[in-house]
Design a protein around this ligand. Structure first.
Ligand SMILES: NC(=O)C1=CN([C@@H]2O[C@H](COP(=O)(O)OP(=O)(O)OC[C@H]3O[C@@H](n4cnc5c(N)ncnc54)[C@H](O)[C@@H]3O)[C@@H](O)[C@H]2O)C=CC1
Ligand SMILES: C[C@H](O)[C@@H]1OC(=O)[C@H](O)[C@@H]1O
Length: 251
């Protein structure tokens, strides 16, 4: 289980949920992992949990909606590990609200984290990978929401649709450098992002009822795909979304 030995991976928004699951798995696969998020203590806590298992990890604070902090994340990673081979642009937020009610500040905030953050972290990743001249792997966290509409999530789904086409355009531009750019299209995963929504009466049961696999996903359900897209086994895969959704999109 050392499929990523010798590689350095940044995972944005990895203090909990899906990002944490990916960071922990990357640690088990031998990568140097940079755990990142807006809370310094939590970054260090997750990095420490990876080190306790024998992995290599550090925590670096980064709010991905701030370009200066993105640049600091990459500078510090290079300072510590010398190279960046894998970047998972996972940080994301969602607010459930009807289209006709959602306020401009909320929309701006979501677009800044989900779109601006993914775009400019990806841009810096690409610049470093081109400079290093060894290719690289960029993985953007998307959703089934890039493909199907969801009521009350227009402000969020718009960002995932954007990430879908961003992934394709980046893949085209970066192919000549041997840099793969792909997305993971997650289904409904049991994390804090939708905790409030799923605590409404009947919501969880109704959602699970629609999932062919019969349960919501767990962060661990995505980790294997994240390893595949970070590994040379996926060298001929680029510009696409791999859906991990328990069959939701098959309906
Ligand atoms: N849970 C789900 O059902 C699905 C989630 N996703 C996506 O997966 C990604 C991770 O979400 P979850 O783990 O589910 O949610 P979560 O809320 O548990 O985790 C989100 C992570 O992003 C971090 N984050 C938030 N704002 C940030 C910022 N400005 N800068 C840096 N980090 C920030 C949070 O601290 C947290 O670590 C998101 O991009 C989300 O859109 C996609 C499809 C389904
Ligand atoms: C925020 C949603 O509950 C979550 O995010 C997604 O992208 C999925 O479609 C889930 O519904």
């Amino acid at each position: 289980m050392s499929r990523l030995a010798g590689k350095t991976a940044i995972v944005t928004g990895s203090t909990r949920g899906i990002g944490r699951g990916i960071a922990v798995r990357y640690g088990r696969e031998g990568a140097n992992v940079v755990v990142s998020g807006t809370n310094a203590e939590l970054c260090e806590e997750v990095a420490e949990s990876i080190r306790r298992e024998g992995g290599s990890a550090i925590g670096i604070v980064c709010d991905v909606s701030d370009l200066e902090q993105i640049n600091r994340l990459y500078d510090k990673t290079l300072e510590r590990f010398g190279e960046i081979n894998i970047v998972v642009n996972n940080a994301g937020i969602a607010v459930f609200k009807p289209f006709v009610e959602v306020e401009p500040e909320t929309v701006r905030k979501i677009w800044n984290v989900n779109l601006f953050g993914t775009f400019f972290s990806g841009q810096r990743a690409a610049k470093e990978m081109i400079r290093q001249g060894k290719g690289g792997k960029i993985i953007n966290m998307s959703s089934i929401s890039e493909e199907v509409g969801t009521a009350n999530l227009t402000q969020y789904a718009t960002t995932k649709g954007g990430i879908k086409i961003m992934t394709k355009c980046m893949a085209l531009e970066l192919a000549e450098y041997g840099i793969n750019v792909n997305a993971i299209g997650a289904g409904v995963i049991d994390t804090d992002i939708s905790m409030e929504e799923f605590s409404k009466p009947g919501m969880r049961e109704e959602t699970v009822r629609r999932i062919p696999w019969g349960r919501m996903g767990e962060p661990e359900d995505l980790a294997g795909t994240a390893v595949f897209l970070a590994h040379e086994d996926s060298d001929y895969v680029t510009g696409t979304t791999v859906y991990v959704d328990g069959g939701l999109l098959a309906m």
